[in-house]
Write a new protein. Sequence first.
Lengths: 235, 337, 456
Amino acid sequence: MAFFEGIKMTAGYGDGPDIISSCNINVNRGEIVAILGPNGAGKTTAMKAMLGLITLKSGSVCLDGEDISKTSPQDRVKKGISFVPQTRNVFAELTVRENLEIGGFLREDGLEGMIKNIYELFPILNEKQSQIVGQLSGGQRQQVALGRALMSEPSVLMLDEPTAGVSPIVMDELFEHIIKVKKTNVAIIMVEQNAKQALNISDRGYVLVTGKNKFEGSGNQLLTDPEVRRSFLGG
Amino acid sequence: MMDILNALTVLINFTVIPALTYGSQLALGAIFVTLIYAVLRFANFATGDMMSFGTMFAVLLTYYFQTTGINFGFLPTALLTIPFAIIAMIIYMLLIDKFVFSYYRIKKSPPVQFAMVSVGVMFVTQAIIRIIIGPSDRRFIDGEKFILKANEFKEITGLNEGITLKSSQAITVILTLIIVSIMFWFLNKTKTGKSMRAYSDNEDLALLSGIDPKKVVMITWIIAGILATIGGVLYGLDKSYRPFVYFNNMLPIFAAAIVGGIGNPFGAFLGGYVIAFAEIFLTYSYKKFIMYVLPEAFAPDTMVQAISTDYKFAVSFSILVIVLLIRPSGIFKGKTI
Amino acid sequence: MRNYENVITAYIIMLLLIICVGLFQSWSIALTILNYCLISAVMTIGANMQWGYAGLINFGIMGYTALGGLAVVLVSVEPVKKAWQAGGLNILLSMWVIIIMVISIRFILKKFNKTKTRSLGILSILIFGIYLIRSTATPGIEAIEAVDPARYGFLGGLGLPVLLSWIVGAFFAAGLALIVGKIALGLRADYLAIATLLIAEIVVSIIKHEEWLARGVKNVIGLKRPAPYEIDLQRSEWFIKIVEKINLGKLNLIQSISDRQDALKQMVIDASSIYVKLCFTGLFLSVVIILLIITQKALYSPWGRKMRAIRDNEEAASAMGKNIVKEHLLIFVLGSAIVGLAGAMMVTNDGLFTPGSYRPMRYTFVIWVMVIVGGTGNNFGAILGGFVVWFLWVEAAPIALFLINIFTAHLPATHGLKVHLIESAPYFRFLLIGIGLLMIMRYRPQGIIPEKIIKQ
């Protein structure tokens, strides 16, 4: 039994067709799991289903052994699941510090200490703490987004394409940060386009095709699997 | 030297003081409009009538207090009634929100639909006001009328021109500054205020951060109710209370909010003064002023007025149109709080 | 034809309501209401074109209505010769200055690139031009307004037939809409609403305060009519005979000749007012029918389909190469022209032009309620909305009074609450309209007659 798992999830938008069907994903604390696959494979949908942004037609989602399939996304957030959307993932008109404070909105105490921890994790945020986030660079914004999500001290962190639209150098830096986060005993699920790099830092990976699990295994396994290489990693 | 001082006195007495007063009243209304726009995301066409609604309670309570002999010393009795009026106003606003606006919020209706709904609210509010208090003009200020009279000023300074400062004017400016400072402190320094700003900036992410949208909406109506009531009462103390005038005030208030960048409270605050000063400076007759500044030979024989006072409202609307043309986001860049 | 059943039922109910007013109040009131219903219907056709076909919010209806009314004065009133002699030249001169200013500024805007010098140049042209206008116009205006101020004090009009002014009114409104459209149509929906409302306020305040133009708040009374006058009717043989014939039964019951004479006189007076109103009804009805035919044809033409496509999905339509800005401007101008026509009709019906009465409540928001209530996007709905809302707007007070009397029947006539309520009966119309609007928006957002039913 994994810490956070989606079991045989089937879901779609409204009355439309199922985007994912019988899809299984799980992650343990201190582990990074990458969800890969071609465009339209249902990667983001799978993640949204685990967060509760779309309702499951069948299957279930469990956190630490408890079935949370029926809970609202807000309540899942309270239970320790944090989500960083792909776009609009920061409060662009607020300062860096205010972004972190809002991230810790549900905390009853220890706000200052947690902000300090985030600053240690992302030193650049300390430097820019009173700047408006809208004025920061793309990479810095992503760090704010990560920082905001970590403020609630989540047990599960879900990242939707954290490196979309940033330069390769910034991407490496971000992945380093994600590894640092993992070391604080957080379970991390991320959807990624940059499959190779993502698998390099991931403990395990899932490859989804048309909403179904096609391959899964450890990062290295997938990286060396000839079929995965051919179809998704570009040879 | 004396002449220059006299000229300045004229200017302060006839333009600066009235503009500051009027600007404060507009500013409170404009912040009200802008807050609703930023958090609830629609242009509230019931603005003027909501202000009127709160003021109505203040007027009625003032009459009641006067008959029971309660007063506030040299200050107008109306100030005592404000807290009660605010409570009545907030209750009304929350009821309206519950029975009218919340339905469209849950449905995520487009802003246009909200605006039309607010027109419906405008009609209903106007009806309630007129049925309760009637359409006539009412003055409800009591206590000391003047802080400084023109004659006293002349005696003290020895100038030819005097400055008159009505207590309603002083109260308006001071109270506005206090209320607005408290509001900005609330928005920028408190947890709830920050959550309001976050909600206004990025609703989805605010929800993911655990912010309760119901609470944000409620707080917004409460702040809006406070601003609207105080703004309305101050306007009524300074001029008079008449429902039709309050409805019409919606227009310069909108102008102020948009000029300042709708959604931006600080912009709305300044926008109120921009509109007020523009209106008064452009429609003021500078004849007397010029007579002091220039030698006698140049004394003008006309009023030296840029635009006739008939067009007082038209000035602010023209400013708005120009701003919309050149910089639709407003002078101070709007959108969120 | 099944689709039309609802429409026909709705219209029959409306007609019955008006007939009820005729039976219980008086036929004269019923006809007045009917005429205003027809005028409102024209306005809603215009507003519905902008909102229903194209999704444009025009809260400036008031301004176009007022311009239409102004056209009636400027076209039909006899010119005031003395005023023209006193100051006409100055006014014409300043008109020329304005034209030259506009042309030169446009020229500069086109020919030169955006620089500080250009802005300064435009600014100086503006300041110099305004100075020039004021110095030429002011003496002229003063002279004009001094000419017999109790009766004239303005330039008068052209002395042409009043029906012509309806067309001119439409053109006036179209001209204003062209300017407003160029300025404001790019704005977001709610900004557009506010901007159009404020521009309309500017227009009305100009009409109100430029007394040399149309007497401003002093009003112009005794305007020409496209129908006979009551006094003339009461004196004409044929009319009296007709009235006598119709009422023969009643008249025969009266014994004494003098009583009979008096009764006939009263009947003639009543009948003359009804006859005049019927003339107006005929005119207005023809306008409504012509407009309905044209707009109905337009709505189901390829052009109408294109407009609705743009309304429903601007991005897709523009991707398909439709010029949205141009189409929006066109429809904005057309819709406003119809509203201007309605404004002219209304002033003709009243026989007087009262700029002070143009208020946003009555001439913008009530019209909008009509559009929403009737059903956006279809003309039958819009017209019905005009009828229903105007009917309620007028009849709300009597209905409220009736209800108040029932509910307070147990209270003595001098009871404070009762007196207060009876005094405030006129304001129940706001309540009724407001609640009606909120109810429709909540439970029948498509309006009484939804667009879909009409679609073939």
